[in-house]
Every structure is written in C-alpha cells, then in structure tokens.
Design a binder for this molecule. Structure first.
Ligand code: SF4
Length: 422
C-alpha cells in the first residue's frame, strides 16, 4: 500500500506511474524522480533498480521498513532515504527535489492517522484478487521477532471510521484484506471502533467478503465477532506462533500467554461459532525447538481446529531484538548483506539454531511441510472447515490459503541451494 499512499501525498501536478513487480518485471523508463519501497527479502532487488537510475543520474528515494532500519546501507544505493512513516515528510521531499536540494536522509515522525490521505487505489494493478485497507498502525506489544513496534511505534493509531469505510466501499474487488497488524487492538475503545466499522459496513449495505489479522483476545468479544461476520468477515489470521508456553515467553508473546495454551481451542471454537475460519500462524525454529518439538507442533496444527495453516521459519529481520541478538551471538549463516537479504523470506533457515544444526532444522521443517501441505490433508482440512464454520466462503478461503502456502514452500524447496554450495 505504501506507494499508493506516497502517490496520494504527492502534489496533483505530478504524473505518477506505479510499477509493481508482483505483476510486471521492471523495464527501464525515464522519470524525474523514482521512489522505491521494499521489505527485507525484496530489498536486494530494490537496490538493483535504484542503481540503474543512479547511474543515469535520475534521483531515487527509498523508504519502507527495511530502509528505515538500515538507512546507512540503503544510502549506498539510493540518493535519498526516508526513515519511518512518510506522511510527515513526503511534501518536504518533493519541495526539496523541485528546488534541487534533495537531502540524503529524511526522518518521518509518527503522526495520528486521523488525517491520513486515502491511498491512490486507482494506481494498483487490477490483477489483485484482494483489495486492501489499513485502519490502524502501531502495536503496544513487543514480540521478539517483530519489527512493527520499531517502525510503526507502540501506540495504536486508528483512522476515522468513516474514512475507512469510504475507502473499503470504493475498492473494486469484492474481497478485501484489512492489513492492520491487529484489527481489534487491546482496549475498550479499539473494540468499540471495530464494532463501529462493522456497523457502518452493514448500514451502507456493502457486500464484500474480508479477512483481517487479530490477537487471540478477539474471542472474548462475541458482539465484535457477530458484527464482523455480518459485515463480511470470513477469516481471521491469528499469530499463535507456538503451543509451548516457554517459547511464547521467550518470544515475548504476552497476549497468547495471557489467554493460556489450554484455552486456544476455545478461541478457535468461538471464531467458528460465527462462521469465520481461523488462519493460524506458527513459527518453526524457535530457540528451544528440536526435531521432536517441530514434529509435535506439526501434529498440533494438524489435529487442532485451525483451518488455514501458516508455518514459516523464524527469520531475524533487521529492526527486531531477535536480529540484534543473533548478530551479536554470531548465529547468522547468511550475513553478506545486502546480497543475502533475499534469503530472509521466512522459508529458508538463515541462522544457526541453538539445539540442532541448520541442516537438521531444515530437514525437520521440510518433513513438517510435507505433512502439513499434503493434498489429502488439505482436502480434510477443507471438510473440517466447512463443518466448523458452516460457511462455504470461509472454508474455501482457508483451503485456498493452504494451497497458497503449499505452493510457496514447495516452490521454494525446488529452488533451494544446498548448504555445501554456499
Ligand atoms: S507480532 Fe503482532 S502483537 Fe507482536 S509486536 Fe508484532 S504486531 Fe504486535
């Protein structure tokens, strides 16, 4: 969404073209100013593109979560780095460019979201199956592996309900993802806000199906779930991470600890009660993991009432306490940066685990993925989802998500480089 937000912040007298490599391979085009954004695993590619323009003396500006936490690295490839959220500084970037005085670094601060412009959704490639809307930024939690609190801050910053629903209504797709890290938040006020968004969608009679990510405490709020289902919610992403309390503690996953592992199944049941599917996200490779715990986690995911199964590899992203610790401990296997950032994509082991070798972790995860994403298993999960949610849309979304994960992990495996080759 970031480039569409940048486009919305850009003065009207500018012509803007958005190139999205999810769809179109980059082809050189002349421009006055080139803006780039990238997550960590994409940044090597963004730097390649920045270099092409830099060589032709066309100024480049890079921002986004990776460049914000690695500005000195990003500066080597782009003329300008915008650190943090762009809303507070983008107008200065444009004015400085127009006056030929572009700086190397701009520091964006965290502003309330109430005045945020609506992203230029007209610029998105029409091929996206899902539209996307962001209703809040920031997270008061500080999970060890997560960079959200570093980048978007610890304060939960909501947008105006009317603005959110206006944008939701304008989206051309009939399927939408609320991209917030936590749609429900942790306060009474944030719970009321979700209810207001759902009520407004219902009041306007907008017929779209959607999914969101939320913390497990969403199950404490029947009224939220009921309104969400009525407003079109078909699936909720839960960051469960692990079924072991010591691992949740070391990952600082406070909400899940508070809910209690023994109550996790009640959370899934409650969400199902309202016809909504559960997308459970888990991590393989936590510090106390062994081949046995990975096998047990896999069995837990299979046996529990989770419909869509995301099981990715612990990945130390820059900007997280996890990255700092692994770097200090000399545990990063791939540390020839920026070249190696492309490996930090959640489906490759990039560090030395504590209780086994990287090779053993890799083979344990390969085995786990074969169990999880076996075609027969996915069909059984679909039937279970249909029974639990009694909603064919929710069940088919969970099935499609599983197929998507199946494709990601097996595509990656077929391209995998052996440790001996590196
Ligand atoms: S993982 Fe989720 S709950 Fe934890 S800090 Fe990140 S956004 Fe917040």
């Amino acid at each position: 969404m970031s480039l569409a937000i940048i486009a919305a912040l850009t003065p009207d007298n500018w012509d803007i073209e958005l190139l999205d490599e999810n769809f179109d391979r980059f082809q050189y085009k002349v421009a006055d100013l080139v803006g780039l954004t990238a997550l960590t695993s994409q940044v090597t590619r963004a730097y390649e593109i920045a270099q092409i323009y830099k060589k032709k003396n066309i100024p480049t500006v890079i921002g986004g979560i990776h460049a914000s936490v690695m500005p000195q690295e990003a500066k080597k490839f782009a003329n300008t780095v915008v650190i943090g959220e762009a809303e507070s500084v983008w107008k200065d970037v444009i004015t400085d460019f127009e006056n030929n005085r572009l700086k190397e670094i701009y520091n964006g601060n965290l502003q309330p979201m109430v005045n945020s412009p609506q992203p230029r959704i007209d610029l998105y490639n029409p091929g996206y199956a899902f539209g996307s809307v962001q209703t809040t930024r920031g997270c008061p939690m500080s999970c060890d592996f997560c960079s959200v609190h570093t980048f978007n801050g610890k304060q939960y910053r909501p947008r105006e309900v009317v603005d959110v629903v206006d944008e939701f209504e304008k989206i051309p797709q009939d399927k939408v993802y609320f991209v917030d890290d936590n749609f429900i938040g942790y306060s009474k006020k944030s719970t009321e806000r979700v209810k207001d968004i759902c009520k407004e969608i219902i009041r306007r009679g907008i017929k779209k199906d959607w999914f969101c990510a939320a913390s497990m405490n969403i199950a404490d709020h029947d009224e939220v779930l009921q309104l969400a289902a009525e407003a079109g919610c078909r699936m909720i992403f839960l960051g469960i991470e692990s079924e072991l309390i010591d691992q949740l503690e070391s990952a600082n996953k406070k909400m899940n600890i508070k809910i209690g592992i023994d109550n996790f199944s009640k959370v899934y049941d409650k969400i199902h009660k309202y016809g909504i599917a559960v997308l459970g996200a888990f991590i393989y490779g936590l510090d106390t993991d062994t081949p046995e715990t990975i096998e047990n986690r896999t069995k837990y995911i299979i046996d529990s009432d989770i419909d869509a199964m995301q099981a990715t590899i612990l990945t130390p992203l820059p900007g997280t306490p996890l990255f700092d610790r692994m770097l200090a401990e000399g545990r990063l296997i791939y540390n020839d940066f920026p070249k190696d950032w492309s490996r930090y994509d959640f489906v490759e082991v990039v560090f030395n685990p504590k209780l086994m070798s990287a090779e053993v972790l890799t083979s344990s995860i390969d085995k786990a993925w074969k169990m999880l994403y076996d075609n027969k298993r996915l069909k059984r999960k679909f039937i279970n989802a249909l029974k639990s949610t009694r909603n064919p849309v929710s069940a088919s979304w969970s099935y499609n998500s599983n197929l998507h994960y199946h494709n990601i992990v097996f595509e990656k495996q077929s391209n995998k480089i052996n440790f001996e080759d590196t």
